[in-house]
Design a protein around this ligand. Structure first.
Ligand code: NDP
Length: 444
């Protein structure tokens, strides 16, 4: 049995029920096969893959809080500190009822390679809770965040572990978490990113994941003799990543015609009115179907059928496994020629294989959504320097980072004889740096 298969079997056996984690490990290890086979003897001797798939530490804790009726509620809290070979753990906090240890391990594992790809000194981690912020009052969200941070604060720090936002964690939650950290530790330090601009946040962080996604998409299209201008684009989700991806597509001359949330999707053939979406999602915290009440020519459909809308480019920006093989086939049949992932692992393994086998240009989330964490690292730099850079300065750095990620990804794929396979390219480029750092630091 090959070393890769052996390690994968061991992961499945030792981590029962953690299907998303198995899926992420399989995808990464399979695409690294060429590199691993070439170095099998030394990697085996060093237990390199066994160490790589085992988080350095997982913290799991109780989060008790009191709701508006005076009732005590209890949620599960986690932080997965996956790998610190190249810098302090860095990765978001997710608040969603679906959160469990397996999902956070998959996200933390992916984060290790993504962070490496950015070229910045950040390790990989992820955390969160099965708390659902939807429908909760501001006071309830604050009570939850304060309780969550009371426990988490013991394990994080500006040079140790720097969490950020993810699904369900935006500016409001980061504010409550930061306030509680400061109160508990007395430290005014860059322990979280995605902070508000009045207390250490960075310009462009809000836009960074969506903008970065479109910057790398633009690079991929140009390198393959195509362009974004004039193209029809479908974006799933209507949260932070989806909104700012839409904004950048429009700025670069493309037209986004559909957005969704977990209940359904809207189709506006004239192009999405983004100001209205921001008003609904960011101000009112409403549902995407409210859009059609104000734009009667747009259509709302319940359910998950967003990928049936014809488009040139698809940008899945909602959640994991939201685009399956059937969806990929429908996209192809409707003329879609490029997919770039704003979300983490939104395409199933079968859908990913279909893109690669059918000539669809495909940029995986690990590279495509790395702009968020890269800008978080820029926020850390500004906090350490006690400086704030201008919007244009940060945006320019973000753009440069995305161009470099594209170049590293494309060239790693080419080096290993799989030109145009950006899944392999991103995994190889991210892996090489982490392995070099782990090897240099001995058996830890
Ligand atoms: P938000 O919470 O702002 O938005 C998430 C969006 O996806 C919402 O519209 C939500 O709809 C929808 N969604 C969530 N779960 C499901 C589901 N099960 N089925 C269908 N739709 C769903 O999150 P973000 O925009 O921050 O994150 C989106 C994705 O991007 C995630 O995979 C995240 O890990 C990834 N990402 C985010 C980064 C960031 O900087 N924010 C950085 C890198 C990756 P509803 O409101 O109905 O729940």
């Amino acid at each position: 049995m090959s070393y890769v298969d052996e390690v994968y079997d061991r992961v499945v056996k030792q981590n029962p029920g953690e299907t998303e984690f198995h899926q992420a490990v399989k995808e990464v290890l399979d695409s690294l096969k060429l590199v691993i086979d070439a170095n099998e003897e030394s990697y085996r001797k060093m237990g390199l893959l066994e160490r790589l798939v085992e988080p350095e530490r997982i913290i799991s804790f109780r989060v008790p809080w009191v709701d508006d009726n005076g009732q005590v509620q209890v949620n599960k809290g986690f932080r997965v500190q996956f790998n610190s070979a190249i810098g302090p753990y860095k990765g978001g906090l997710r608040l969603h009822p679906s959160v469990n240890q397996g999902i956070l391990k998959f996200l933390g594992f992916e984060q290790v390679f993504k962070n490496s790809l950015t070229g910045l000194p950040i390790g990989g981690g992820k955390g969160g809770s099965n708390f659902d912020p939807k429908g909760k009052s501001d006071r309830e969200v604050m009570a939850f965040c304060q309780s969550f941070m009371t426990e988490l604060s013991k394990y994080i720090g500006a040079d140790q572990d720097v969490p950020a936002g993810d699904i369900g964690v935006g500016a409001r939650e980061i504010g409550f978490l930061y306030g509680q950290y400061k109160r508990l530790t007395g430290l005014y330090e860059g322990v979280l990113t995605g902070k508000g601009l009045t207390y250490g946040g960075s310009l462009v962080r809000t836009q960074a994941t969506g903008y970065g996604l479109v910057y790398i998409l633009d690079e991929m299209l140009k390198d393959n003799g195509k362009e974004l201008a004039g193209k029809t684009v479908v974006v799933s989700g209507s949260g932070n990543v989806a909104i700012y991806a839409t904004e950048k597509v429009h700025q670069l001359g493309g037209k986004v015609v559909a957005l969704s949330d977990s209940c359904g999707y809207i189709y506006d053939k004239d192009g999405i009115n983004l100001d209205l979406v921001k008003e609904i999602k960011e101000v009112r915290r409403g549902r995407i179907k409210e859009y059609v009440e104000e734009v009667p020519t747009a259509v709302y459909t319940e359910g998950t059928g967003i990928w049936s809308i014809p488009c040139d480019v698809a940008l899945p920006c909602a959640t994991q496994n939201e685009l399956n093989l059937e969806d990929a086939k429908t996209l192809k049949a409707n003329g879609c020629f490029a997919v770039a992932e704003g979300a983490n692992m939104p395409s199933t393994r079968e859908a990913t294989d279909f893109y690669l086998e059918n000539g669809i240009l495909f940029m995986p989330g690990k590279a495509a959504n790395a702009g968020g964490v890269a800008t978080s690292a820029l926020e850390m730099s500004q906090n350490s320097q006690r400086l704030s850079w201008t919007f244009d300065e940060v945006d320019e750095r973000l753009h440069k980072i995305m161009v470099q990620i594209y170049a590293k990804t494309a060239s790693a794929a080419e080096r290993y004889g799989v030109k145009g396979n950006y899944v392999a390219g991103a995994n190889i480029a991210g892996f090489e740096k982490v392995v070099e750092a782990m090897t240099a630091q001995g058996i830890v």
